[in-house]
Design a protein. Structure first.
Length: 679
């Protein structure tokens, strides 16, 4: 038997926060628990960019999505089909046919007849709508699949939240009604399922009487609202007051679930979570499985599954018989739910393959199409690099033997390296001598020695004041020890200079009088000319002058800080003395001792009241109440109040002397939240 299940999940991942879905948290396990072959989810509240592998690449299942084009986290419909039992032959998105298939600019209604599902609303039928077709199909509210047996329409119809949505809702329902009737006229059987957001009769909602009383209407007026009137005119046995509308003279559909449970009260599929109405079953039946009237004998069972949590709605299912009568002949249902030749008398003849996928299939979305498995990603062998000899041969062929070409290459290499450093480093690199003679297109040992090393030695970093720019670090640099800052580096240099001058004191004669005095000093580098020596000594003298200036500045700053500290201490002492005198004066005037002014116990108690959890009043059940906030527009919007924590009863009213919510109500401003109720 093939089972169809519809469920408004209020978010595609929302059920996984509840049992029994919480354990395995996979869609495959969920579908097995539902025992379904076709699953229609509404209100997926997801965008295409947020689709994940576990939603689309479900093992053994195909899926077809309708997502909102503009709004985020809103609406959305998806239909999952089990590959082992059914495979659609056509798939479309939207009710008007104005949308286009993936990777196509031709709308569904303009495709060749053999590729259409058909039944598209005529321009005359669309003219009654206040919205253009593109707007009606922009919110991701409908997926249509065609099987050889019937056309499946999965919808999430708009709800009437406020007056601004009334015209959109009416237009959507009118166009949908036209599409269904057109398909029936073509001779196709239709199964319409999903969240209709319509309670067709008083028996289908617990709030019928309250709604009529609130709006000041009677039963006939209540059931004749546009949405209910449209649905009842479509259904065989629907209550219709007055003459039928034009084009809706004949009912063509059948309420499957109600047919199996005629007169059953409390068969609700949706409950308001804000008032915790589900435990008391104060809800409404707005989720349906509806079929063509000529299919009413095809079903063996249908019911709601109110015990399955995961949303503010519950699943609704209907089961198709294994064998049905079609045109006076008995046919197996599996033969009618798959392409011709796939099954014969309920026995599979051809295995399911990716060739059965339709253009609208989620598995053909570019982000998921031809997705590799993780095993393939880790077992693929990497591409082997070229051998060293091959690289050298290629380099020998590409490098010229002329002096000018090698010189240009060396200059270009030096310039490229310099772009990642600062100006000082670039000027140093520009002075590097180039080799004078190439050797088979390779650098000579002498040329390599002349090039600057990318790894600076310790002595070089201490003997020069040039700071090389950071540039782009390598990956290894993130794991090496952090280099000391420039300020820390300067101190060893200064100490080294002072120590050097302590061992070798500077002469008192000038360079012109005794040039040999400086030449006789030991040096760790090669002998330099007189100009270099003068420059070096000038730098030493400049360093000594700066050190002296720094020491002098530090001494002056220390003196200033000491003076400021002394002045601040004096001011603080004067302020404290004045405060003490003032306190004593006030205490003497009041006749109270100074020790009684600040009480640690009272201070602790006051702070405890400020941060402690408010004490809740108790209702007539002698249970703590819960605090709520008014969101209804008006003078009390935003005010908090206390009320009974129990759920609403079946009547939907606050009851007295029952196990359901009592009539306890008190404004939070009228209740001392820090005083226990029994005091």
């Amino acid at each position: 038997m093939v089972r169809i299940t519809t469920w408004n999940v209020n978010g595609i991942r929302n059920p996984f926060g509840y049992q029994p879905w919480r354990d395995k948290r996979t869609f495959e396990a969920m579908f097995d628990t539902l025992e379904a072959d076709i699953v229609v989810f509404q209100e997926t509240k997801i965008q295409r960019k947020d689709l994940r592998d576990d939603m689309v690449l479900v093992p053994g299942w195909d899926n077809y999505w309708s997502l909102p084009k503009h709004k985020k986290g809103y609406s959305g419909v998806v239909v999952y089909t089990r590959n082992a039992t059914c495979a659609p032959i056509k798939a479309e998105e939207g009710i008007t046919g104005i949308l286009t298939p993936p990777n196509s600019s031709t709308s569904f209604r303009d495709l060749p007849v053999e590729e259409q599902i058909g039944g598209y609303p005529s321009f005359e039928q669309l003219s009654t709508s206040d919205y253009d077709p593109a707007t009606l199909d922009a919110e991701g509210r409908c997926v249509i699949l065609e099987f050889p047996a019937f056309v499946l329409i999965g919808t999430y119809c708009p709800a009437e939240r406020d007056e601004t949505r009334t015209h959109y809702r009416t237009s959507f329902l009118n166009v949908l009604d036209a599409r269904i009737r057109n398909l029936v006229k073509m001779g196709k059987r239709v199964v319409w399922t999903g969240d209709m957001n319509i309670s067709r009769e008083q028996i289908d909602t617990a709030a019928a009487e309250d709604s009529m009383r609130k709006n000041g209407v009677d039963a006939a007026e209540w059931i004749s609202t546009p949405a209910r009137r449209m649905l009842n005119q479509l259904l065989v046995g629907g209550q219709v007051f007055g003459e039928r509308d034009h084009g809706r003279e004949t009912p063509v559909m059948w309420d499957v679930c109600r047919a199996f449970h005629e007169g059953r009260r409390g068969m609700y599929t949706c409950w308001e979570t804000k008032v915790n109405a589900r435990p008391g079953n104060y809800g409404a039946r707005i989720d349906y499985i509806i079929c063509s009237h000529d299919m009413k004998e095809w079903w063996s069972d249908s019911n709601i599954q109110e015990g399955l949590l995961g949303s503010d709605h519950c699943p609704v299912y209907a089961v198709l018989k294994d064998k049905v009568m079609v045109d006076g002949k008995e046919a197996h249902m599996l033969d009618l739910l798959n392409p011709p030749g796939m099954f014969e008398n309920g026995v599979r003849q051809q295995p399911w393959s990716t060739k059965c996928l339709l253009a609208l299939s989620g598995k053909l979305i570019p982000e998921f199409d031809k997705r590799q498995s993780i095993r393939d990603m880790f077992t693929r062998k990497p591409t082997l690099p070229k051998s060293r000899s091959t690289i050298d041969d290629d380099a020998d062929k590409q490098v010229g033997t002329s002096q000018s070409s090698l010189t240009a290459t060396a200059v270009e290499s030096a310039t490229t390296s310099a772009e990642t450093d600062d100006r000082a480093a670039s000027s140093r690199l520009s002075s590097i001598p180039l080799p004078s003679k190439p050797t088979n297109g390779k650098r000579t040992a002498k040329a390599i020695e002349n090039l600057p090393s990318t790894k600076r030695s310790k002595s070089a970093s201490q003997s020069t004041s040039i700071t090389v720019g950071k540039g782009q670090q390598s990956l290894k640099g993130f794991f090496s020890a952090k280099a000391p800052s420039s300020k820390i580096k300067e101190e060893p240099q200064v100490k080294s200079t002072e120590a050097q001058h302590a061992i070798h004191p500077a002469p008192t004669v000038s360079m012109e009088d005794s040039p040999d005095a400086y030449r006789s000093r030991p040096s760790s580098t090669a002998m330099a000319d007189d100009d270099s020596t003068r420059t070096g000594m000038g730098a030493v003298d400049s360093t000594r002058t700066r050190i002296g200036a720094i020491d002098s500045t530090r001494t002056e700053m220390a003196a200033v800080d000491s003076t400021k500290t002394a002045m601040a201490d004096d001011d603080r002492t004067k302020t404290e003395s004045a405060a003490v005198d003032s306190t004593k004066t006030e205490t003497a005037a009041d006749g109270v001792e100074a020790g009684d002014i600040i009480s640690p116990a009272k201070t602790k108690q006051s702070w405890g009241k400020l941060f402690s959890r408010p004490v809740a009043p108790k209702c007539e059940h002698d249970e703590p109440c819960k605090i709520m906030v008014t969101k209804k527009a008006g003078v009390n919007c935003g005010r908090s109040f206390w009320m009974c924590n129990r759920p609403l009863g079946p009547s939907g009213k606050q009851e007295k002397g029952t196990q359901w919510r009592c009539n306890m109500f008190i404004w939070a401003s009228d209740w001392d939240t820090h005083t226990p109720q029994d005091q």
